[in-house]
Design a protein around this ligand. Structure first.
Ligand code: FAS
Ligand code: PHB
Length: 389
């Protein structure tokens, strides 16, 4: 097979890039190690920045998001028994869209299939080759046969554990990492959200988050020790714990019910530099990971794809390599600002075992200051709605 851009990974990064390339008349093939159902079974992000909303519209996959997504003009920080609303719309003139990553991925998959885009699922041992030269290619195994895709460029959209970053280790790749001493236990349930906006809670027992997928489906998280296993947590234990961590009126108002999904995700900050190696580009989680506290992971994938697509479009339309040559530096500039924000929100809202009661009091003091400072709230709001591309 031959294509112009071979994309490894059928998550939001790969699918978004594939749509934009196809609409620009640039041929591409997506290869993934699992299938559509497995990918859609992963419950992940829930908050879209305006930049991501615009990219989905440009990809022709925004219709259902606008019909079913929830526009949120603010969120709340709960601490010391009370809460402070961060007025995103009033402070920045922007909002966020609450619409699950699962639905984003489904819409992109459906659009790609409808438009005849080629996606190869259940491909084993996907490997990028010869990307330092002018004739890169990707190999994979399927149905007992090894296949080869010759291409001009390879987009490594294969997530944190994928083969693309692994293929460039030892070739000048530098990584930066911080692993947090706790995880998030997430629960999805068909119960109405406890509040019309998201609530991020700082509590001495640990962090909690009240999020949602629709007016009838809620997504909740509690901070748990890394040693916890999801099997240890009954639904009842989860509901009891999250209500302990919320202001009393919120806890009292919470509707509980059977979980549709429960999982524990570790938290880490991670950046790989650079994001380009010859004709191989890293995008999305393949290049960086943020703790989900700032709702940036999925949204960073969108800005990576903005920069990468613009560069590839200019290469094919104007024979200009300026965009692809500048991709890594341009993407990393925005990535590091989102890494900082996600780190700062995580440090502010979680219980750190080694910091003890002093750390709790310092966090409450910062939240108390934030409640009284429009400047501090504006800085938080500007980061939360998404910094400019
Ligand atoms: P993805 O990981 O989504 O997609 C990578 C794709 O590559 C997958 O389909 C995978 O099957 C494929 N792949 C991997 N290895 C391969 C191989 N060897 N060969 C071929 N294909 C391969 N972000 C938030 O903003 N909020 C959250 O609450 C949040 N929660 C998360 C929870 C978890 C458990 C994880 C892992 C991430 C979470 N994220 C969250 C971040 C997440 O949303 C990512 O930012 C987003 O999925 C990034 O999309 P992609 O870059 O496409 O990577
Ligand atoms: C979610 O709804 O899954 C979600 C929302 C906001 C976050 C993290 C996760 O910061």
């Amino acid at each position: 097979m031959r294509t112009q851009v071979a994309i490894i990974g059928s998550g939001p990064s790969g699918l978004l890039l594939g749509q934009l390339l196809s609409h620009a008349g640039i041929d591409n093939i997506i290869v993934d190690r699992v299938d559509r159902e497995y990918i859609l079974g992963r419950i992940r992000a829930g908050v879209l920045e305006a930049g991501m909303v615009g990219m989905l519209d440009e990809a022709g996959a925004g219709k259902r998001m606008h019909e079913e997504g929830l526009v949120h003009d603010g969120f709340s920080l709960a601490f010391a028994g009370g809460h402070q609303r961060i007025d995103l719309q009033g402070l920045t003139g922007k909002s966020v869209m609450v619409y699950g990553q699962t639905e984003v991925t489904r819409d992109l998959m459906d659009k790609r299939a409808h438009e005849g885009g080629v996606t190869i699922y259940n491909a084993a041992n996907v490997t990028p080759h010869d990307f330092e030269g002018d004739a890169p290619y990707v190999t994979y195994e399927k149905d007992g046969t090894t296949h080869r895709i010759d291409c001009d460029f390879i987009a490594g959209c294969d997530g944190y554990h994928g083969p693309s970053r692994a293929a460039v280790e030892g070739r000048g790749l530098k990584t930066y990492e911080k692993v947090y001493p706790f995880g998030w236990l997430g629960l999805l349930a068909d119960v109405p959200p406890v509040h019309h906006e998201l609530i991020y809670a700082n509590h001495e027992r640990g962090f909690a988050l009240c999020s949602q997928r629709s007016n009838t489906r809620s997504r909740y998280y509690v901070q748990v020790p890394l040693s916890d296993k999801v099997e240890q947590w009954s639904d009842e234990a989860f509901w009891d714990e999250i209500r302990r961590r919320l202001p009393h009126p919120v806890a009292e108002a919470m509707t509980t019910g059977p979980s549709l999904e429960k999982s524990i995700a570790p938290l880490r900050s991670f950046v790989a530099e650079p994001l380009r190696f010859g004709r191989l580009f890293l995008a999305g989680d393949a290049g960086h990971i943020v703790p989900p506290t700032g709702a940036k992971g999925l949204n960073l994938a969108a800005s990576d794809i903005r920069y990468l697509f613009d560069g590839l479009r200019d290469y094919y339309s104007d024979h200009s390599s300026a965009g692809i040559d500048g991709y890594s530096a341009r993407a990393l500039a925005r990535i590091w600002k989102a890494e900082r924000f996600s780190w700062s929100m995580t440090m502010l809202m979680h219980r750190f075992p080694d910091e003890g009661d002093f750390g709790q009091k310092v966090q409450e003091a910062e939240l108390d200051f934030l409640s009284s400072s429009t400047a501090a709230q504006t800085a938080m709001a500007e980061n939360y709605v998404g910094l400019p591309y």
